[in-house]
Write a protein that binds this ligand. Structure first.
Ligand SMILES: Nc1nc2c(c(=O)[nH]1)N[C@H]1C(S)=C(S)[C@@H](COP(=O)(O)OP(=O)(O)OC[C@H]3O[C@@H](n4cnc5c(=O)[nH]c(N)nc54)[C@H](O)[C@@H]3O)O[C@H]1N2
Ligand SMILES: Nc1nc2c(c(=O)[nH]1)N[C@H]1C(S)=C(S)[C@@H](COP(=O)(O)OP(=O)(O)OC[C@H]3O[C@@H](n4cnc5c(=O)[nH]c(N)nc54)[C@H](O)[C@@H]3O)O[C@H]1N2
Ligand code: SF4
Ligand SMILES: [Mo]
Length: 725
């Protein structure tokens, strides 16, 4: 049998063709006819079949036994236990007593996206956490404060740009983020072929940097200074060009005043980027008709992620590259995620909530996940006593994982909706495993909204699910009904909503409705409008065209203007200025630790598949030869990496691809914890980068974890022992 679908494993939205015999996937290849990906896939696509077959993937609910093991139980028993235990903890400890953590795969899963929203409302918890605060939060903050909606995030129009400036992203390996664009190598090659430039700022000469026209090392955490200096030159040299946004911005003079202090000569020693490079690039950005400045994870999970993400938007705006072809643009997706977000009350908020123990800033009703461990450990009113995790593995993915590991073990009750018994879910009293992607329908409601072309693609289930299996949305809506708060005036309403949600409003029907009222729906054409039926009849997806101008109409700010100088962000600049001296004089003997993604990885959960882990160990520390020599370290040595929070041991690779003074270790490893059921991953354990990252180190403005440029000491293990592999 042949089956067409869209791969959901990363943001690239590749069309794949899967062959099957009976229940087995026998081949996976790129769909040459896919409207968007035209045959491109990455090595991860094969894991669609591997995960489906993985004998370690859970198919029935597991309950922790008195002896600490797990036993299979039936769904009714499991759901009823989950519901009653959550209600019990909430009754005893109040709404704050139950916390929720949503992980990354939620975004790639329509049912989980919708179901977790409903469950969150039903639970009424004030303790909400997600992978957002170890990822794109600063970009959402920029969108919220500048454009009035946290989901109105700009996307680089890569296929039409002539100058693509990349800060802290490695799309050749990650396949792009908040930039869904299958086949990045071809797209970057095409920029060069049309005489354009690709400029990469990264503390490591990455795979992307190697195919770019230029690469510049930048000291981790200092991008905001580089961008301020670019702005300085744009203002000082009279290069401001607002184009069609001229009448639609506020705050231009404030930004101009801010940049005055940050000449490229002033910031060079701190950032490691020379003034000449900044001056030339600022002029090139201003003089190139079609240019896009883009930043991703490297400029988000850092001390000044809020500032960096904001300033990048400002730089695009003042050089005429915001909302213009070839620049940073806004999408027109078939299902309007931004509109849907408004409907669900998700337009955003900032400065409204603070964490109980540390007073760290929340964002859009969510607290920084860096605070979760202390919120569990610290007694008092509002202490977290129960936790629900949905598609997340925070023990490996969030800073100071060891502390969180210990904290999870102390909870009164924990339930995880997850297909694996892994480093996080091993602490759960109950694991509720959902169907895997091939057993369910799929539409990337979030990622189509961040794609470099407007496209739509529906995937039908490839296999019937087993009689005992439940979809994420079914588990979540069922739990929502069970925990619906009792005893207030809204009771009947909530219960009705939960029942309707579970029985009538399937994700597919909801999508159909949203598509019909969307921009390509019946409004555009009564007869040819986009509907689920049309989408189902288009197995290779539908191309809806290049990105189009959306401003000022699309803005959600009350005055319908782009706010170039949001007061909260402006107020954070002095904190950056005060750090310049520290960056200029790094502590003796210290190295700055950064992460590294690999083509055959998927955050923490791609390592249980032989095809993904075979070959030489990948969880290695990359070190500049100069830094190795200074420490008496040679290639292949095992070294101990020590930070404020702990130490891990890994083998060393020497490479001048890392900036002197910087070391790089990938995240998502460390599968040697007791009591997991991931046999392949355990045999290729590696160590967890997040055992040495620091939960106390945040972007103080917005609470995003500072996971890059972690100060560490690196020393040879003597005598050389077998490292974690
Ligand atoms: N040091 C450092 N840390 C990082 C990063 C970094 O660059 N450096 N990157 C950060 C980023 S960008 C992210 S997004 C986070 C990710 O953080 P998390 O989302 O917490 O971690 P993942 O490793 O993606 O774990 C995903 C979990 O979802 C489960 N899962 C997979 N598919 C499904 C599904 O369909 N339904 C359900 N219910 N569960 C499913 C998997 O089994 C796994 O347990 O990590 C962050 N952590
Ligand atoms: N194969 C694979 N693909 C993935 C994932 C995966 O785990 N594996 N994860 C997915 C997820 S959840 C996400 S969010 C995306 C992320 O997509 P990207 O952001 O493209 O991914 P990264 O490879 O983490 O790129 C971040 C880059 O920032 C650099 N960097 C670190 N610190 C700094 C800094 O201070 N300044 C600058 N300028 N650069 C810095 C790092 O060296 C790295 O090259 O990838 C997705 N795709
Ligand atoms: S690039 Fe992403 S979407 Fe495309 S095949 Fe690889 S994992 Fe799947
Ligand atoms: Mo992410």
């Amino acid at each position: 049998m042949q089956h067409h679908r869209s791969c959901h494993l990363c943001e690239a939205l590749c069309g794949v063709v899967l062959e099957s015999e009976g229940e087995r996937v026998t081949a996976v290849r790129g769909d040459d006819d896919d409207a968007f990906s035209r045959g491109y896939i990455c090595p991860k696509a094969t894991s669609l079949g591997d995960i489906h077959h993985d004998p370690d993937r859970l198919r029935k609910p597991l309950r922790r036994t008195a002896s600490g093991g797990f036993e299979e139980i039936d769904w009714e028993t499991a759901l009823s236990l989950a519901g009653s235990r959550l209600v019990e903890v909430r009754q005893r400890h109040g709404r704050k007593g139950v916390a929720v953590y949503l992980g990354n795969p939620t975004i790639h899963n329509l049912g989980a996206t919708l179901g977790s929203q409903l469950f969150g409302i039903a639970l009424g918890s004030h303790n909400r956490y997600s992978a957002t605060s170890v990822d794109q939060l600063p970009k959402m903050l920029a969108a919220y404060t500048m454009y009035g909606h946290q989901l109105l995030m700009s996307v680089p129009d890569v296929d039409r740009t002539d100058l693509f400036v990349i800060f802290g992203a490695n799309p050749l390996v990650s396949n792009g983020s908040i930039m869904s664009a299958p086949g990045m190598k071809r797209r970057l090659d095409e920029i060069r072929q049309r005489g354009g430039r690709v400029v990469v700022f990264d503390p490591r000469r990455t795979e992307t940097a190697r195919v770019a026209t230029e690469h510049h090392f930048v000291r981790p955490g200092t991008d905001a200074l580089v961008v301020l200096s670019l702005l300085h030159v744009v203002f000082a040299d009279g290069l401001v060009r607002l184009g069609h946004l001229r009448e639609h911005v506020t705050g231009l003079d404030e930004v101009r005043a801010l940049a005055t202090d940050f000449s490229p000569e002033r910031t060079a020693a701190a950032t490691g980027v020379s003034a000449a490079v900044v001056r030339e690039l600022a002029r090139a950005i201003a003089d190139t008709g079609r240019a896009a400045v883009y930043g991703r994870v490297g400029v988000s999970i850092q001390e000044f992620g809020g500032l960096a993400n904001w300033l990048i938007e400002v730089l695009n705006a003042v050089t005429g590259h915001l909302d213009t072809p070839g620049g940073m643009m806004f999408t027109t997706p078939a299902v309007d995620l931004v509109g849907l977000g408004t409907l669900l009350g998700q337009q955003g908020s900032f400065g409204r909530i603070k964490s109980r123990v540390r007073g760290a800033p929340g964002f859009s009703g969510e607290l920084p996940v860096s605070c979760l461990a202390e919120e569990i450990e610290t007694p008092g009113d509002g202490q977290v006593r129960a936790l629900v995790t949905v598609a997340g593995n925070p023990v490996l993915s969030t800073p100071n994982g060891r502390r969180l590991d210990r904290a999870l073990a102390s909870l009164d009750f924990m339930v995880s909706i997850d297909p694996y018994l892994n480093e996080t879910t091993r602490h759960a009293h109950l694991i509720l495993p959902p169907t895997f992607a091939l057993e369910r329908e799929h539409y990337d409601v979030a990622l189509h909204a961040f794609a470099v072309r407007n496209t739509a693609r529906w995937s039908a289930p490839m296999f019937e699910r087993g009689p005992d299996q439940r979809h994420d949305w079914e588990i979540l809506t069922d739990l929502a009904a069970r925990v619906t708060a009792k005893g207030d005036a809204l009771d009947p309403l909530r219960e009705a909503a939960a029942r309707i949600a579970a029985q009538v409003v399937t994700p597919k029907r909801l999508l159909d409705g949203l598509m019909r009222v969307g921009p390509y729906g019946l409004r555009r054409s009564l007869f040819a409008g986009l509907t689920m039926k049309r989408l189902e009849a288009s197995p290779h997806g539908i191309d809806l065209g290049a990105l189009e101008r959306r401003l000022p109409e699309r803005l959600f700010t009350r005055d319908k203007k782009v706010h170039l100088a949001p007061p909260e962000l402006v107020a954070d600049v002095p904190r950056l200025r005060a750090r310049i001296a520290d960056y200029e004089a790094p502590a003796e003997g210290e190295l700055l630790l950064i992460g590294r993604r690999a083509l055959r990885s998927n955050n923490s959960w791609g390592h249980n598949l032989v095809r993904m882990v075979k070959g030489p160990p990948r969880c290695t520390l990359k070190l500049h030869p100069r830094d190795a020599e200074a420490r008496g370290i040679t290639a292949g040595d095992a070294v101990t990496i020590t930070s404020r929070t702990g130490a891990v041991t890994a083998p060393v690779e020497l490479s001048d691809e890392v900036m002197p003074g910087v070391a790089s270790l990938p995240h998502g490893w460390g599968h040697n914890r007791e009591g997991t059921r991931m046999r392949v991953a355990s045999a290729h354990a590696g160590v967890s980068l997040n055992d040495v990252t620091d939960e106390q180190s945040l972007d103080a403005l917005c609470g995003t974890a500072n996971l890059t440029g972690v100060p560490v000491r690196v020393a040879r293990v003597a005598p050389v022992t077998d490292a974690a592999h």
